[in-house]
Design a protein around this ligand. Structure first.
Ligand SMILES: C[S@@+](CC[C@H](N)C(=O)[O-])C[C@H]1O[C@@H](n2cnc3c(N)ncnc32)[C@H](O)[C@@H]1O
Length: 506
């Protein structure tokens, strides 16, 4: 201890001060005990600091703990988060670097540096004021031989001794990642998916049964580790209601579900507990938006809170957007104002069937009658209700019957569907053809949007509605005649599944 004290160069001063005050009877006792305890505390601190850092020539590669970044084993099974139980000491390789070289070194040695949340990679060298200790990645650097050639050259240029020392670093709850924490807490060998969808301030989880006893802890860890997330919810059943919103339970944080998100540069505000929103559809929303040109017309049959309608309206298109859910309708109105397109979007709160047979039919009839020589707008109809939209396709049969027949104005439909078939492309096309009673060969394409579950694809079929579907007695080719004959039992919209049959399927 004396050596340590001496080597640190401050013992002389403290000792003198300590002796002076202990021999001076004028000095009150409290001052003496204060000096005594200061003496002890400082000695203990410096001793500790020196103990944490030792100039071990190298770390034995075989002794590197593969579980180095695992929290202590006593946290296993914890259901109420106790952050203090996550303390752990690990041995980290360090380089001694002259103060003035540190910035240059750290900039160029990035790959070899320690990467831990909340850990400073450069700390004071307790043995030498002119030095700093630079913490290295223990999985990459075990001895001075571990440096790559370019790194060794750099150390040489900066005159840094490549010999590494070891440092005892205390890791706390703040320094572990979400996955490391949950892996240490949840039952061993069981899946720990810490993934979630982020919807503004809300993290949306889909927990499995074995994770449920830890749900509050999981929620709290996600809030702690993700800036801006103040509420964590868990889906408590599959989307099985007509409005496609989730039943959810707040696991941790605030109960407020009114949130704001940005998607493809547009802002959407809504109550996540009452409407449908899926952050995984942003690419799809953009893909469809890109297909429209200024002046085109969009009918969005199942519009939700506006992620197709609003970007398309911004492109100077005319938009008719509809949703049956009064909450979606309310937020759709709000979002159109928020994104300053309320003049370009006409909003409806109807069942999709009534929207197609009412406003869509009326607008199409107006467009068919237009005699202007200008470019006729291209009409797109988006139908994103993958569990049942395809069944609405029968509504197009004879939709424009009795009108002047105009094959120039055939709407392009983008209809979404789930498919569990081995060949989802073929499956979706065949189902669409059966409902339309017409062949889509050569005039449709199927885009696979995403895999929603094992063996379940979400697909989008795009096709131009054949004139023979929209108008009665339109001359048909052989294949069309055959398909029509196959589907003679009446307009398929009469056979739409009810909400009940839909629930049973999901
Ligand atoms: C899968 S969400 C899609 C919402 C939006 N288009 C999007 O991409 O985020 C389907 C929407 O259809 C609405 N919906 C469900 N059944 C409907 C029906 N019969 N008629 C009209 N809208 C319906 C739901 O309220 C929901 O907002």
């Amino acid at each position: 201890m004396r050596n340590l004290w001496r080597s640190l160069g401050c013992s002389g001063f403290l000792k003198t001060y300590y002796r002076t005050i202990t021999s001076n009877s004028q000095i009150p006792f409290t001052w003496i005990s204060l000096a005594q305890s200061l003496h002890k505390t400082l000695a203990f601190y410096l001793y500790n600091q020196r103990n944490r850092f030792s100039t071990m020539p190298e770390i034995d590669k075989n002794k590197i703990d593969p579980e180095l970044y695992s929290p202590p084993s006593q946290v296993r099974g914890m259901t109420k988060l106790d952050r203090t139980a996550f303390k752990k000491i690990v041995t980290i390789p360090v380089l001694n670097v002259r103060k003035e070289m540190v910035n240059k070194l750290v900039r160029s040695l990035k790959k070899a540096l320690l990467q831990r949340p909340g850990i400073k990679r450069v700390i004071d060298d307790p043995k030498d004021e002119g030095n700093k200790l630079v913490m290295l990645d223990p999985y990459k650097i075990v001895s001075d031989d571990s440096f790559e050639e370019s790194e060794r050259l750099l150390l040489k240029q900066l005159n840094v001794n490549p010999q590494i020392s070891s440092y005892s670093l205390e890791l706390t709850y703040e320094n572990f990642k979400t996955e490391e924490i949950l892996r240490a807490v949840l039952p061993e060998g069981q899946d720990v998916t810490s993934g979630f969808s982020r919807i503004g301030h809300i993290a949306h989880l889909n927990l499995r049964d074995h994770q449920l006893p830890f749900k509050q802890l999981i929620g709290q860890v996600i809030i702690d580790k993700n800036q801006g997330i103040t509420s964590v919810v868990n889906k408590i059943n599959t989307i099985d209601n007509i409005y496609r919103n989730f039943q959810m339970e707040v696991l941790s944080g605030e109960e407020n579900m009114i949130t704001k998100v940005r998607e493809n540069n547009y802002i959407y505000e809504f109550d996540f507990s009452k409407v449908y929103w899926n952050p995984r559809l942003s690419t799809e929303h953009n893909r469809i938006t890109e297909l429209l040109r200024p002046g085109d017309v969009l009918f969005d049959v199942f519009a939700g809170v506006g992620p197709f309608a609003i970007p398309v309206a911004k492109k100077d298109c005319t938009v008719f957007a509809n949703d049956l859910n009064p909450e979606s309708h309310k937020w759709l109105l709000h979002n159109c104002k928020l994104n300053k397109v309320d003049q370009k979007v006409k909003i409806f709160n109807l069942d999709g069937k009534d929207f197609l047979q009412g406003p869509v039919r009326e607008e199409l009839m107006k467009l068919v009658k237009q005699t202007s020589k200008e470019r006729k707008p291209h009409v797109h109809i988006v139908m994103n209700l993958p569990a049942m939209a395809i069944e609405f396709l029968g509504i197009f049969r004879c939709l424009l019957d009795g009108q002047i027949k105009n094959s120039e104005l055939l709407p392009t439909v983008h209809c979404y569907s789930f498919s569990k078939a081995d060949d989802p492309v073929k499956d979706v096309q065949q189902r669409a053809e059966a409902l339309l009673g017409a062949s889509l060969k050569g005039c449709s394409s199927v885009h696979l949007v995403r895999n929603v579950a094992p063996n379940k694809e979400m697909a989008c079929i795009t096709f131009q509605v054949p004139a023979s579907v929209l108008y009665e007695n339109w001359p048909m080719n052989e294949e069309e005649q055959f398909l029509k004959a196959e589907n003679l039992e009446g307009p398929p919209f009469k056979r739409l599944r009810t909400s009940k049959t839909l629930f049973e399927e999901s």
